[in-house]
Design a protein around this ligand. Structure first.
Ligand code: GLA
Length: 362
């Protein structure tokens, strides 16, 4: 029988955090690093997974239900469950998974895995779905099978990625507009500092931020905070002080995404850097999803010459991204690594990243 090969990248969100489930804006890039799934259907009623990272031999039935599968294999199982639940064909076989996306770093290794599994399964069953349907089915698997109440950004970024382009996403209609993102053409690099910090309690914290935003929207009599965008004095009408700050992050972050897209199109990376610094402060003070470790990394990057720096992803660990003159990359990396050690935190992994292509079937 044939083997069907699909690959999907992780992502870095340049700006616009926790805005996706509030129907706002964000601007991720797809990474060059990607997860590859080689799927060999065998006519059975099970999927067997083998992974370069996690070893082999885990298998689940095509009829597995939420709660039946845990650990990393819940992501592929969730995709199969969501595909079947949407009326699309699924077949059994062996999936060899090779992950090039750092796991647990806030770079969406899970969305990369979901999208690669989904595209490989679709190829094997000769099913053609729009990218938006692929993204929604993968998200349904993550929300309702894995149990993580995440938005749609990671899957859209993985599916729509383009080389040297950021993706301006409007979650009100799920539209994606490519925006030139080529820091190298301006003598700059996108420098990523992976804190290597474990995301403690991050799922519960994520869910509680989401609930806060829903409450804030309801307090305004709105279905979503997007409808409050640009409305003068709207925040004063939210009585609960914490919910008001959460909403302020969302509304100001949406505006920063739009401003950042305009600055990038104009090649104004000083402004991009400034917006990144403001975004980080908003995540730290209003949305409260950073940690002292992550704040230290962001501050150190700027102190040693980055134009701007901010945490990327859901929060409570993961990576800090920054824009740094190419000539200073090694000095800034060394200085930040020293500051992190002086702060008593674990050694980081530092690397530069570029916007890469989206998911594909080979
Ligand atoms: C995680 C979720 C996304 C998004 C980000 C925060 O990556 O999977 O849907 O909410 O956090 O911006």
């Amino acid at each position: 029988m044939n083997t069907f090969v699909a690959q999907a990248p992780g992502r870095i969100n340049l700006i616009g955090e926790h805005t996706d489930y509030n129907l706002g804006f964000s601007m991720p890039i797809a990474l060059e690093e990607r997860t590859t799934v080689r799927f060999s259907p065998d006519g059975s009623d099970r999927i067997t997974l083998r992974s370069n990272e996690k070893g082999g031999g885990i298998s689940f039935a095509l009829t597995a239900r939420p709660g039946d599968v845990d650990g990393w294999s819940a992501y592929p199982a969730g995709v199969v469950w969501a595909l079947a639940g949407s009326g699309h064909p699924v077949v059994g076989g062996t999936m060899e998974v090779s992950s090039g996306v750092p796991i647990g770093a806030g770079l969406s290794s899970s969305a990369a895995l979901e999208c690669a599994v989904l595209l490989a399964m679709n190829a094997a069953t000769d099913t053609n779905l729009d990218r938006i349907d692929v993204a929604r089915i993968a998200q349904r698997g993550e929300n309702d099978f894995v149990g993580a109440p995440t938005g749609l950004m990671d899957q859209l970024a993985s599916l729509h990625g383009e080389v040297d382009r950021a993706l301006l996403i409007d979650f009100d209609d799920s539209s994606v507009r490519p925006v030139v993102f080529d820091p190298a053409a301006n003598g700059l690099a996108l420098l990523v500092v992976n804190s290597n910090a474990a995301h403690q309690h991050s799922t519960g914290e994520y869910a509680s931020r989401r609930e806060s935003c829903t409450r804030a929207a309801h307090a305004l009599g709105l279905g979503s905070l997007r409808r409050a965008q640009g409305v003068e004095g709207v925040l004063d009408r939210i009585e609960d002080e914490v919910d008001r700050r959460r909403a302020r992050h969302i509304l100001t972050e949406n505006q920063r995404v739009l401003d950042c897209a305009a600055a990038m199109s104009a090649g104004d990376f000083r402004r991009v850097g400034d917006l990144m610094i403001r975004s980080h402060a908003s995540m730290r003070d209003d949305f409260e999803i950073t940690t002292p470790h992550i704040d230290l990394i962001a501050e150190s990057l700027v102190e040693h010459g980055a134009l701007g720096a901010r945490m990327t992803g859901g929060g409570f660990g993961g990576c800090v991204i920054s824009v740094v003159p190419v000539a200073d990359v090694s000095a800034v990396s060394d200085a930040v690594t020293r500051d992190i050690a002086d702060g008593g935190f674990p050694a980081p992994t530092v690397f530069t990243a570029r916007a890469g292509a989206g998911a594909s079937v080979k």
